[in-house]
Design a protein around this ligand. Sequence first.
Ligand code: FAD
Length: 531
Amino acid sequence: MDLRALYMYAAVPALLLCSAATFIQSPTDVFGPVSLLEPTPSSARDFGAVVSDAPFAIMRPGSAADVALLLRALSSSAKPRPRAAVAARGAGHSLQGQAQARGGIVVETRSLPRAVVVVAADVSGGDANAYADVGAGALWVEVLEECLRAGLAPPSWTDYLYLTVGGTLSNAGISGQAFKHGPQISNVLQLQVVTGNGDVVTCSPTESPDLFFAVLGGLGQFGIITRARIRLQHAPPKVRWVRAFYDSFEAFTQDQELLISMPEQIDYVEGFMVLNEHSIQSSSIAFPAHIDFSPDFGSDGSKKKVYYCVEFAVHDFQQDDGSTVDHVVELVSGAMSYIRPHMYSAEVSYFDFLNRVRMEEESLRIQGLWDVPHPWLNLFVPGHAVARLKDLLMDTVLAGHFDGAILVYPLLADKWNKNTSAVLPSTPDGGVMYVFSVLRSADPSRCGHRCVEEILEQHRRVADEACRAGGGGIGAKQYLARQPSQEHWRDHFGPGWDRLVARKARYDPVRVLGPGQGIFPWTDSATSMWR
Ligand code: FAD
């Protein structure tokens, strides 16, 4: 159908657009109050800064009904229908164009109502029995600020809070609390979703459960989340934040597993590799205690040495001198095998603890190192293979120059609901798996376009090797990645592929949604009419 035909297309709601360069508002009697706007530079950009696909138009919906109008028009069974793929875009912190829609429409969820409504039935007891209804375009930092006014907070976080609720729920949302409370997708009570068909559905584990679980970790494939109900718990006023250093990977992971076996005492567990002096400095920007650890990284020509840092936190509900928390830290540290005396701790407000990456962002912005390409690699690794994955990284990624951080911390698979779309490696008995996050930044003064391509290629090779299952393979799964082909997506989903395809056929049969993930390329003549 050409654009002239589209003008005459009045039987169903239609999008009226005249060219990629100009914008014409849809007539309100046909397309309601919804306007499509010319794309902005940010609609073809994300935090990764390695993919840039310009859409034909963007939309800033004011309600779920606006999103429904758009999706209903695009999935209508009337022939001919306007064709365009649609990507929801939250904060745009994807890494490989996942929130982009080449030649299609980007729906900016930040324009949806962002009110955070806290409902607390009973905050007096141990279990807060409370929740927050939040707009999907709200940033987690906005959710935190509002909930803290009521002394409450969601139990599960991401390390960085300037991500939208809809964006992280479409992936999983993990941080150091996930071993105890599961990922963010395990802490959702209800969602409002606009499906690819344009239906506005309220769903939960008991109401339209298949859609509910499909959308959680669903990579934006089945619907656009417009609202979420998030479980809340009591928020501690303060947190004791502890770091301990290691020269043995085995001792490092053993202590992490010790910590996650104590969920009654410990509230957060992460860790990172200490590759050089810079790793210690850059990771200490938000950590208020003075760290007096200057190890030998092999500068005298001997083999390069690597160290490790376990990070844990204990919520401090005491208003007094914090002696209960002191007792927990003393008890735990006595059982740990860090390099003595290199354990450091600080008392910080709960908000500052959760918002710690903001200080790193500000520092990187000042150095001009925030808005640069970020070739990242995130893997979930079965616990039994974590040392092999570390060795694989040491032989490849860490053999050359490295700018950035490598996070390593354990999660428990049985805290994840298997009905969601999130993909985990196989771990016997719902056991331990590790997050391995290779978070690189490419300083343009040292690493130009070609160098970024080489890093991406290296990560692809490592991911292929790490994700190989059977025959002694590590059997890892990638997190937050755009796979290079549908074959890779099939391998990624493994036995879950058929369920994914069935859910797609049910909720987005015309395959309007989520083109930036590259899972379901259009198969008919449905290449974008506006390309
Ligand atoms: P976008 O990039 O805008 O979108 C991501 C995907 O979700 C796209 O496919 C998009 O189409 C889809 N989507 C967005 N909104 C909706 C919606 N309302 N309904 C349906 N689909 C939607 N992740 C973690 O788990 N833990 C971390 O600690 C963590 N730290 C990070 C730190 C930084 C600095 C960065 C850049 C990323 C981090 N991430 C982390 C990754 C982050 O969770 C994902 O990139 C997430 O997608 C970002 O949210 P966003 O709002 O920017 O989403």
